[in-house]
Design a protein around this ligand. Structure first.
Ligand code: NAD
Ligand code: UGA
Length: 459
């Protein structure tokens, strides 16, 4: 099928950047991204591209180049479904918060709603592409919903998981290690492969059956997260033995069988996907009665929770076992640098713990708003919104966040943090002035030379 019109349901961190890059490389294809969230669509259409709902280096330029030429953002979901030959489902698949599988299984209600929407509207044959990360065998459920419409329309279902990482999404999309397409119909796979083929070499486009494709996405995230939990486990051992986790990571990473990427010890991984996808994998394994498999992967999450907790425990212990009434300056709220996404960010959990000990927190993040910080904390339901407001302030200037603070906690590895005037910060802080570097971005000897008591991960 020659594709001339594409609809993407879900204008989020994946749908927006992915479709922008497809549009840039396929000027002959009209792409409409739709969403039920009217505010988000309005932000995507904002004439001022600095107001786009997703911050990613390079994204605003591509949106500027393609928007209203062959890339459109709309809330009119039905029209976009009706006119398209290919429909991407790129909606959120969070962990279930209720009922069976609560806290573990993926909540597929948004995906199912999309399938039902497509089934209701479609009058011509469609290729439906699973872009969201889904449990293995979800395509079967989508197929069953689509095939029971009785209106004679044929649907081909493809799995085409996305491997971009936030903060480097555009680079990852422009130069992907591989594109994975799982499906039954060779013709449908060819249609999708030819869209990617306009900028990705054919040898990097991998074709598998649907189930391998679905499971490969969960597996890739589980392996990546496992590396972080592995190095974080070693970081704690380093702190007790005078080994240095950076040196250990370098030494093992130079073994080509291990490789150097994803070995940065940290305050724990965050983000919208690692935790939810591993929990989902654990749930699937348990549902097949594979308890050893489930326990094996669950340990990656347990280790990550431990790493976040021990960061705040260490801070409290070092500040003479109490942070009550003390000001702590927090640098960074996003779950990693170069994104405005805060989902599952370690900063949220560390702050929550410190506030429970009655610390006063002043947060500075270059891309996250004060409203978002409060929303993230309120979502945990640990205390009232008024109390969160009382204990946690967001400031627009990092020096203000650190003025008169007893300690600095670095939660995100934003590059600008490295270039601050740390001598000035030291002068303005209470003494002894402590730094807890959750990202190992500052130089220990420089900081100690200034006068700081410097604590990092695994050193
Ligand atoms: P997101 O929450 O940023 O975006 C999802 C969007 O879908 C939201 O704007 C929501 O309003 C919309 N939506 C939900 N139900 C809808 C419906 N029925 N009709 C129309 N719109 C609807 O999520 P995201 O980060 O873009 O992730 C989407 C999927 O991609 C998830 O399955 C995720 O696991 C996967 N993924 C995410 C990343 C990442 O880095 N964020 C990377 C790879 C894969
Ligand atoms: C991750 C994967 O890297 C993507 O391939 C995948 O597509 C995506 O999940 C997804 O499915 O959503 P993302 O979560 O956006 O991407 O960002 P990562 O770069 O993987 O970072 C995740 C977390 O791990 C961050 O908090 C980061 O700071 C932390 N991290 C990463 C470390 O602590 N150490 C490292 O060495 C690497």
């Amino acid at each position: 099928m020659k594709i001339t019109k594409i609809c993407c349901i879900g204008a989020g961190y994946v749908g927006g950047p992915t479709m922008a890059v497809i549009a840039k490389n396929n000027p002959h294809i009209k792409i409409t991204i739709v969403d039920i969230n009217a505010e988000r669509i309005a932000a995507w259409n904002d004439a001022d591209v600095s107001k786009l709902p997703v911050y990613e280096p390079g994204l605003a330029e591509i949106v500027k180049e393609t928007r209203n030429k062959n890339l459109f953002f709309s809330t009119d979901i039905n029209t976009a479904i009706d006119e398209s030959e290919m429909i991407f489902i790129s909606v959120n698949t969070p962990t279930k918060t209720f009922g069976k599988g609560k806290g573990m299984a993926a909540d597929l209600k948004y995906v199912e709603l999309c399938a039902r929407n497509i089934a209701d509207i479609a009058t011509t044959d469609k290729i439906v592409v699973e872009k969201s990360t889904l449990p293995v065998r979800t395509a079967q459920a989508i197929k069953s919903i689509l095939e029971n419409t009785g209106n004679g329309v044929t649907f081909d279902i493809l799995s085409n998981p996305e491997f971009l990482a936030e903060g480097t999404a555009i680079e990852d999309l422009l130069h992907p290690d591989r594109i994975l397409i799982g499906g039954e119909s060779e013709e449908a796979i060819d249609s999708l492969a030819s869209i990617y083929g306009s900028w990705v070499p054919q040898e990097n486009i991998l074709r598998t059956n649907v189930w391998s494709s679905e499971l490969s996405k969960l597996t890739a995230n589980a392996f990546l997260a496992q590396r972080i939990s592995s190095i974080n486990a070693i970081s704690e051992l380093c702190e007790h033995t005078e080994a240095n986790v950076n040196e250990v990571a370098k030494a093992i990473g130079m073994d080509s069988r291990i490789g150097s990427k994803f070995l940065k010890a940290s305050v724990g991984f965050g983000g919208s996907c690692f935790q939810k996808d591993i929990l989902n994998l654990v749930y699937i394994a348990r549902s097949y009665g594979l308890n050893e498999v489930a326990n094996y992967w669950e340990q990656v999450i347990i280790m990550n929770d431990h790493q976040k907790r021990r960061f705040s425990d260490r801070l409290i212990k070092t500040l003479y076992n109490t942070v009550s009434g003390k000001k702590i300056g927090l640098l960074g709220w996003a779950f990693k640098k170069d994104t405005n996404d805060t989902r599952e960010s370690a900063a949220i959990y560390v702050t929550d713990h410190l506030v429970s000990e009655q610390a006063h927190i002043a947060v500075y993040d270059p891309k996250v708003s004060a409203v978002k910080i409060q929303t993230d904390l309120n979502y945990l339901n640990t205390r009232t919104e008024a109390e969160n407001l009382k204990y946690v302030a967001s400031v627009e200037n990092p020096y203000e966040a650190l003025k008169n603070a007893h300690a600095v906690a670095i939660m995100t590895e934003w590059d600008e943090f490295k270039t601050y005037d740390w001598k000035q910060i030291y002068t303005d802080m209470k003494k002894p002035a402590f730094i807890f570097d959750g990202r190992n971005i500052l130089d220990k000897s420089n900081m100690e030379a200034i006068g700081f008591e410097y604590y990092s991960i695994g050193q």
